[in-house]
Each structure stands twice: as C-alpha cells, then as structure tokens.
Design a binder for this molecule. Structure first.
Ligand code: FAD
Length: 443
C-alpha cells in the first residue's frame, strides 16, 4: 500500500514515523517548503543567533532513506480523490492508496492595501525567516501587525538586534481574547519594558510604498503615518488548504474531519493545523494549531492507517509560550472571563512579573484549569490532577509537587494558600511541605 503525506511538518512526519514503526507500507512525504523536517517553533532562535538552521533538524539526513520514507520537494497543485492521484506544480503526478493531508497553516492577510509590497512578510516558514533576515539589514523600524504569540516572538527577534519595533494590537490589551485582564496587563507591561512601541487598540489601515515599490511607511486606522521599512503580518493563521479548492474534500475554515481524522473522501485523512473537527472535543477548539497536538494527530492517524482504527483522545488542554522573559503555561481551561459557576483564585507577585491563576467550580471546588506566568509546573502532575478532577484544597496542599523551578528559586505556593485561606477561613488548607535541597542535606 502506498501512503502519500502532504506536508513535512510535525504532524505529517509523526504520521510517517509511526506508520513505518507499525508497517511496511510505502511512504512518500511531499513538501514545498524544505527538503527536511525542522522545528518550526525554534525559527526565532536562528534569527537571534542562538542556533543555526541545521540545529533545527531533529533527525539526521540519513534517517529518511534508512527508514524508507521517501521525501519529495514539490508543491501539490491538485488532489484528485476519484482517481487517487496528486498533481504537482511541475506537471508530474503521483498515485496513492491512502492520503494524509498535513499542510499546516499560512499567515492571515486581510486584503490590506500594500500587503504584498517588498518588505512585508508573515513569520511562518523557512522562506519567511530568510526574507526577514534580509530585510533586517539596515532596518530602521519594523512594524508588527497583530498581537498573538507569533507577533510577540517577532518583536523579540527584532529587539534582540536592537531594531526599533512598533507593535499594532487591535485589542485594547495584549491577547485579551485568551488571557484574563490581570495577566494581559502583565504582558503589556513586559512588552513596554523591553522598549517596544506597543499601540493597543490600533489597527493597520494601509502599507505605503516608496518609488521602488518597497515599504516606506504604514498608516494606522487612527490616521497616523509611521515610517518603517518592514511590516510583519502576524494577525493569526488560517489552514493552508487553497490547493484543495476543486478537490471534493469537504472544508470549512479547515479540512473537516471526525475524531479518526477521516475526511468525507475515501482514504483521505487530514491532521495538524489544517484539520478542523466537525465537532470540537470537550474543552478544546475545532482547529488545534499547536506543536504537540500535531504530533498527537500524527500518532493517532498512523494507528488507524496501520489497521487499528483509533479515535483522538488528547486529554486536558495544555500549552506553553514565552513573552520576552516571562514564561507562560496553561493546563485545562482558563478563559479570560470565568463562565457562570466558575471562580478564580489569583495571586500576583509584587514584581508584577509572576502570577498563578487557578479556576475552579464554585459548587464543589473542582479545579478546571491553571495559568502560570514566570513559574514552571510539571505537565504530568497537572494532567493527572485534571483527569482525576481534584479539588482546590487538594491541589493547594500538593502544589509543591507540581513546581518545576530549579532548586534555590523562590517558591510562591504559600502565597496562593494564604489567599485561599483568607477567602475561605472555615476551610483552611496547609501545604504538605517539600524539603528543599539544603534541608535534605540536614542543614
Ligand atoms: C513562528 C512560530 C512559532 C511557533 N511556536 C509555537 C510554540 O512555541 N508552541 C507550539 O505549540 N506551537 C507553536 N507554533 C505552531 C506550530 O509550529 C504549528 O502548530 C505546527 O508546526 C503545525 O504543524 P503541521 O505539521 O500541522 O504543519 P506545518 O508545520 O505548517 O507543515 C506543513 C507543511 O506542508 C507544506 N505544504 C502545504 N501545502 C502544501 C502543498 N500543497 N504541497 C506541498 N507542500 C505543502 C508547508 O509548506 C509546510 O512545510 C509556532 C508556529 C510558528 C509559525
């Protein structure tokens, strides 16, 4: 059987590796971006000089041939599901028995005048990185449009090279569609502390060219003209599926799939950023656009393709990111505003750069999620607590078990406990204390 996979990102490559582990099928992976799979999440570190691009390859180049995974660098123009055939941009074609579409995302462009000028890019692909490096030479100001995780990464990248940045964020506080007001305010402060010209509640009107068709300035909705030579479009991403326009594969925003990643077309599956669940799983989004979910999708679909039809059961949501120097982790469901019947226990460090935010059900104090800023917790501990539906007192008493900060870091669990005890004087809890390094040595 011949399995064709469109996309050599985390989801396509994980599917390929697991199909090889479990079968002898012929596997072909096609990508128009790079010859080899790389860690997209670390692209920023190449720009910042922490790593070389070669370091982003998790596998040696011989791995693919040794494991009989054929790699093709080409663009799939058309998918013919009736004849089970792919049409490539260079006119060649290829038959398949089963097809996995893992074509990822592309940066949103909302039809802004000037969005295709020289000096405008997204921050998604290897090609984007190359272009950004090129435009950085002699760059006097970069403007970034769109305040999400990729926008703040791009701001940090330019900041690392001392290039002034203006950051336009449509919302009136950073990422406030995801973060609670206190958390979002913390990140606003962090962005400004790093010298970024953060413009909240501001939108792009148009990008203005110079006489050579290159970016010379942008105009904001409020009418201000800001001189710049580069514009980064980071207003979210959309499933990269335009090559399926006439393919008889059902799509909405993404490629519609069930929990087995099956599409409406026989023997065609979709995974990773480009897939959209017809029905989102409880507590999760219909389109999951993060690294670890891509890996889980790939692993799951490989089981089905190798004869063990397996549904996707990812467990509680989690994610992590970094906002300049503030690390962020989230486990379970924490919304910007608590829904009816849920409450928050919130503690913020006096520095205004660390906080813990636990959300729980009001009736039985079952914990439904936590956000952490500047403090690291262990994923497996939280995954277990959420699956076992632990209550707030239990979690608080055992919070030290989750703490993952290195020895000698300040710990703050006690502060959160004090806050709880203040709010619930008749249900006081006491931490089961973990011995610190020096205590374990008998000091
Ligand atoms: C800058 C950046 C930072 C990120 N940081 C994080 C992070 O810290 N944590 C996190 O969880 N997630 C992060 N993400 C998101 C994460 O990288 C993605 O969710 C993940 O890479 C998606 O994997 P994928 O395999 O679905 O698709 P992709 O990695 O997008 O791979 C799809 C591949 O398919 C190719 N392709 C598409 N169409 C065709 C076609 N027709 N023919 C041939 N090839 C095609 C594309 O060129 C691409 O190479 C980040 C994303 C970006 C851009």
């Amino acid at each position: 059987m011949h399995i064709a996979i469109i996309g050599n990102g985390i989801s396509g490559i994980t599917a390929a590796r697991h199909i090889r582990k479990n079968s002898d099928h012929k596997i072909t992976v096609i990508s128009a971006e790079t010859d080899y799979f790389f860690s997209r999440t670390a692209l920023m570190y190449v720009y910042m000089g922490h790593m070389k691009f070669e370091h982003l390859h998790p596998y040696e180049n011989w791995f693919w041939e040794k494991n009989r995974i054929e790699l093709i660098n080409n663009y799939v123009d058309k998918v013919d599901v009736q004849n089970k055939q792919l049409q490539f941009a260079d006119g060649k074609s290829m038959k398949y028995d089963k097809l996995i579409i893992a074509s990822g995302s592309k940066p949103n462009k909302f039809g802004w005048p000037g969005q295709d000028l020289e000096g405008v890019t997204g921050m998604y692909s290897y090609q984007d990185l190359q272009a950004i490096k090129e435009f950085s030479e002699g760059l006097q100001r970069a403007v970034i449009v769109g305040g999400g995780l990729i926008g703040i990464e791009l701001a940090e990248m330019f900041h690392s090279r001392h290039i002034p940045v203006t950051f336009l964020v449509r919302e009136n506080s950073f990422w406030n569609g995801v973060l609670s007001p206190g958390e979002s305010a913390m990140i606003n402060r962090e962005i400004k502390l790093n010298g970024i010209d953060l413009r909240l509640g501001e939108e792009l009107e148009e990008i203005l060219p110079d006489a050579n068709g290159k970016v010379r300035a942008i105009k904001t909705k409020s009418g201000e003209e800001i001189a710049c030579q580069y514009v980064g479009l980071t207003a979210g991403v959309t499933p990269n599926i335009s090559f399926l326009d006439n393919a008889e594969v059902e799509t909405q925003r993404g490629i519609l799939v069930n929990t087995y990643f099956e599409t409406n077309a026989t023997d065609v599956y979709a995974i990773g950023d480009c897939a959209q669940f017809k029905e989102a799983l409880p507590g999760r989004k219909a389109i999951e656009q993060v690294w670890y979910t891509g890996r889980m999708h790939g692993e799951t679909v490989a089981q089905s393709i190798c004869g063990k039809r397996t549904p996707y059961t990812p467990g509680p949501w989690f994610n992590s990111a970094k906002f300049f120097d503030i690390e962020y982790q989230t486990y379970g469901t924490v919304l910007p505003d608590n829904p009816e019947g849920q409450k928050s226990l919130y503690w913020e460090h006096e520095s205004g750069r660390k906080c813990m935010h636990i959300v729980y059900q009001e009736n039985d104090q079952q914990v439904v999620g936590i956000n952490l800023f500047g403090i690291r917790h262990r994923h497996e501990v939280w995954d277990n607590w959420l699956k076992k539906e632990k209550t707030l007192p239990y979690v608080l008493e055992n919070l030290h078990k989750a703490n993952f900060d290195p020895e000698f870091f300040d710990t703050h669990e006690q502060k959160l406990i004090e806050e709880y005890n203040r709010q619930f004087p008749d249900k006081k809890v006491k931490a089961k204390k973990k011995k610190r390094f020096l205590e374990r040595l008998g000091f």
